[in-house]
Design a protein around this ligand. Structure first.
Ligand SMILES: [Zn+2]
Length: 46
């Protein structure tokens, strides 16, 4: 399950499969930001 956050309305959309055209079911926005899993910031070991 992949979660996306809509840039337009800020709704969280869960999708099983990623299609070429991903649209927000709430506002119809085409721009969805892929939500990162826990951990967020990637830290490189020094
Ligand atoms: Zn939306």
């Amino acid at each position: 399950m992949v979660k996306y956050t809509c840039y337009n309305c800020g709704a969280t959309v869960e999708l099983d499969e990623i299609r070429e055209t991903v649209r927000c079911p709430y506002c119809g926005g085409r721009i969805l930001m892929k939500k990162r899993p826990e951990g967020g910031h990637h830290v490189k070991a020094r």
